[in-house]
Write a protein that binds this ligand. Structure first.
Ligand SMILES: Cc1ncc(COP(=O)(O)O)c(C=O)c1O
Length: 415
């Protein structure tokens, strides 16, 4: 497990050149790493064979999704893993396996992205938001209060942008209320709280393999659990027909006998090609985490101390994998908008969670009009109204980090 690392000691003083008027950032912050050659070769082989569906009526050996499931489960110490078409699919299936349906309430984090309340809506349940602290973790007092007031049986915590709450304390609260914990780990693959991987603190952990996450197959999701019945249901929901025997990571047939026929097939499987791309990337995770955390530490040092900017504090037990960086611009809205524009004009595209109209992937709870009102999370919305966000592409150079620091400093000074 990787811990955040300090930037190298000897570094140029970027603060000396605040004034360069023609300073521009030219890299694409959203650029992912290429797929490892072994993954490309395997996908080409699969395409040549035409065998892209994970199940085969006549044997078919051990398909890539079955191998990926076994390998990912082993890598994080989970008993079972089920590969699906997206993390959103795993979140939806997680709720279904826990018996959530119309009329139920599911608590979830305010600081998250649209697929999380979307998964709750998909299950037909009502989402109730839990406040997010000024350091972007879950407000445990609010969680305690809302579990008591709503009687919700499930808390779907989102480790949004890799910010990890004290999961030991969070779990204690859920247990005290008899609520199941589901972890949205779309932003925490390879990360841990106090030595235990995220996704391993509750009943179910859900990971993403979408392009902008820690491993990339375009779209993909991984569901992990230690529970035989949850795993069997998830396999059936994901669309295994009667091919569940072709999974390597699965409980005994007797467990499926308890569920087959009662579980609808939602066709949310992962394809052979997606799994083939992902398998060699699992081994890359530690290297990627080291790179990201080094770049994050460098950028954090660039941004710290810029007037009007604040970085969220992180607990020493939070072993994050920082594929992005967040900071608050503690100013009125118009000045934040001007700051974003000034960065944009220099080619640095920063995202803003306080944006009035959703842009690209970025939205906040006030935009999800299907949620029941009042949202009851005014403090979080206030926090998010000042939150800026920047992706960290792994190929960022130290010079790029310095340029970013100079642009942000200049934009903050000018607005
Ligand atoms: C916080 C969070 N949770 C869940 C998801 C869903 O992941 P996927 O795109 O794999 O469905 C996303 C996607 O961006 C996300 O950002």
């Amino acid at each position: 497990m990787n811990r955040p690392t300090d930037p190298p000691a000897a570094r140029p003083d970027s603060r000396s050149s605040i004034g360069d008027a023609d300073l521009r950032f030219t890299k694409d912050l959203s650029r992912p790493e290429p797929i490892p050659e072994a993954g490309i070769a395997r996908v080409v082989e699969l395409m040549r064979s035409g065998r892209l569906h994970r199940y085969g009526e006549t044997g078919g050996g051990d398909p890539d999704p079955a191998m990926l499931e076994e390998e990912f489960a082993r890598s994080i110490g989970a008993r079972w893993c089920v590969a699906m078409s997206s993390c959103g699919a795993t979140l939806f299936v997680a709720l279904k396996t826990l018996g959530i349906g119309p009329g139920d309430t599911v608590l979830t984090s305010t600081f998250t992205l649209a697929p999380v309340p979307g998964a709750i809506a998909h299950a037909g349940a009502r989402a109730v938001l839990v406040e997010t602290t000024p350091d972007l973790t879950c407000d445990l007092d609010d969680l305690d209060r809302k579990l008591a007031s709503t009687g919700a049986r499930v808390f779907l915590v989102s480790h949004m942008r890799g910010h990890i709450t004290d999961l030991a304390a969070l779990r204690t609260i859920c247990d005290a209320h008899g609520a199941a914990l589901v972890e949205d780990c779309a932003h925490t693959m390879g990360a841990a709280w106090d030595g235990r991987p995220t996704g391993r603190w509750g009943r179910i952990g859900c990971f993403s393999a979408q392009t902008y996450k820690h491993i990339n197959s375009g779209e993909g999701g991984l569901f992990v659990t230690d529970d035989d019945d949850l795993c069997a249901q998830a396999i059936l929901y994901s669309g295994s027909y009667m091919f569940f025997g072709q999974h390597r990571s699965r409980p005994a047939d007797a467990v499926f006998e308890r569920w087959r026929g009662r579980i609808p097939n939602f066709s949310l499987r992962m394809s052979n090609a997606a799994a083939a791309m992902l398998r060699p990337q699992l081994a890359e995770l530690p290297r990627r985490a080291t790179t990201w955390n080094r770049l994050h530490a460098w950028l954090a040092e660039e941004l710290e101390g810029i007037e009007g900017l604040r970085l969220p504090r992180r607990d020493a037990r939070e072993q994050f994998v920082a594929s992005s960086i967040q900071f608050f611009v503690e100013r009125p809205r118009e000045r934040i908008a001007a700051f974003i524009e000034a960065c944009d004009a220099r080619g640095l595209h920063i995202k803003w969670f306080g944006v009035e109209t959703p842009v690209g992937f970025t939205s906040n709870a006030s935009h999800w009009e299907y949620l029941a009102k009042p949202l009851g999370v005014d403090r979080s919305l206030e926090t998010l109204s000042q939150l800026c966000d920047m992706r960290i592409p792994p190929d960022l150079s130290d010079d790029d980090c310095s340029v970013i620091g100079r642009i942000v400093r200049a934009a903050a000074a000018a607005t």
